[in-house]
Design a protein around this ligand. Structure first.
Ligand SMILES: [Zn+2]
Ligand SMILES: [Zn+2]
Length: 282
C-alpha cells in the first residue's frame, strides 16, 4: 500500500493549516510522497480558491519544503484546477505555463451564464440547501437535468485537456443522492458517467480515488461499485485524501486500498522521483 497523497489543501486556499504542518504529519505517518493541490485561482474571488496574487509565494513555499525535507519525503507541487467553461480551465496558457508537477481537474462550479462571476455559479460541492435551491431555479427541479449537465461538463473538461488526474469524478452524487428520484443504477445516471470514464481512458487520464468522505459518510468518489468497471477499463488510479486538516492526510487510505484490491487492482499510479509509475499494491 502506497503512503502517498496528491490531493491536499493548505492555508493558500481553504485548508486549515500551513503547508509545513501537512508535511510534518505526512512524515510522522511514514509517507513516501506528498503533493499539494490548492484550489486554483478563478476569475473571481471565493472562500475556497487561492488568489492569483499568491501563486508565486505558493510555488516558492512548496519548493522550500521540498528542499528542506528532501531526505524524508518526496514533495510535489500540484493544483486542483476548476473547470468552469471552455474559456476558463486547465488548458488556458495561465495554467499550462505554471511550473507544476501535475494538475488535477475538478468541477465544483457550473456557470449558468457566460459571465464568470460567483453569483452565476451553481456550486455542486457545498450545502444541500444551496444545491437544492439551484436545482429548483436552474434545472426545473429535476435532479436528472443537473446530473446530465455535470457529466457533460466533465466530458468537456476531459476534452479540453491540460490535466493529468480527474478529481472526485462523480461528486455530483454527494448531494444528488438526497433526492428520492436519484438512482445511480438508472441509465440517466449510469450512461453519462460511463461515457466520462470511457473518455478518461481514451485521453489516458488518471482517476483519483478520493477518500475525503469515506470514513465520515461512507462515500467514495468514484462510488465503490464502479471500481471494478474502472479497473476493467484499465484506467490508472491513486488514493487521495483531499485533506484540509493535517491529521486527515491518511484518512480512509487503508479502507480504499482494500476496496481497490477487491475490485482487482494490483497497482496504483504514483510519482517516483518526478515520474509516474505503476507500483504494486502489496
Ligand atoms: Zn475538489
Ligand atoms: Zn480538493
Amino acid at each position: 500500500m502506497q503512503l502517498s497523497n496528491y490531493h491536499s489543501h493548505c492555508t493558500f486556499c481553504d485548508g486549515r493549516s500551513n503547508p509545513e504542518d501537512f508535511v510534518r504529519f505526512a512524515i510522522a505517518k511514514g509517507f513516501r510522497a506528498y503533493g499539494f493541490s490548492s484550489h486554483s485561482p478563478l476569475p473571481f474571488e471565493t472562500n475556497w480558491n487561492m488568489s492569483a496574487i499568491d501563486m508565486p509565494e505558493y510555488l516558492q513555499e512548496i519548493n522550500r519544503l521540498r528542499q528542506k525535507y528532501a531526505d524524508r519525503l518526496e514533495i510535489y507541487t500540484g493544483l486542483e484546477i476548476d473547470y468552469l467553461d471552455k474559456t476558463y480551465n486547465a488548458s488556458i496558457p495561465y495554467f499550462r505555463e505554471l511550473p507544476l508537477d501535475y494538475r488535477i481537474g475538478s468541477i465544483h462550479f457550473l456557470p449558468i451564464s457566460t459571465e464568470l462571476k460567483e453569483a452565476n455559479m451553481v456550486c455542486i460541492d457545498g450545502s444541500f440547501s444551496d444545491y437544492a435551491h439551484s436545482v429548483e431555479r436552474y434545472f426545473e427541479g429535476d435532479i436528472r437535468k443537473l446530473v446530465r449537465h455535470y457529466f457533460e461538463t466533465t466530458q468537456q473538461m476531459i476534452e479540453a485537456g491540460g490535466i493529468d488526474i480527474i478529481g472526485h469524478i462523480d461528486k455530483i452524487y454527494m448531494n444528488g443522492q438526497k433526492y428520492a428520484l436519484f438512482d445511480p443504477e438508472q441509465d440517466w445516471y449510469r450512461k453519462p458517467f460511463e461515457d466520462c470514464l470511457d473518455l478518461a481512458r481514451q485521453h489516458q487520464l488518471m482517476v483519483e480515488i478520493n477518500t475525503k468522505n469515506l470514513l465520515k459518510k461512507d462515500e467514495l468518489y468514484p462510488r465503490k461499485n464502479y471500481l471494478t468497471h474502472i479497473h476493467q477499463l484499465g484506467i490508472p488510479v491513486m488514493v487521495n485524501s483531499d485533506c484540509h486538516y493535517p491529521d486527515l492526510v491518511n484518512d480512509g487510505r487503508t479502507q480504499a486500498f482494500q476496496l481497490l484490491k477487491e475490485a482487482g487492482f494490483t497497482t496504483t499510479r504514483e510519482l517516483v522521483n518526478g515520474h509516474w509509475e505503476d507500483l504494486p499494491i502489496d
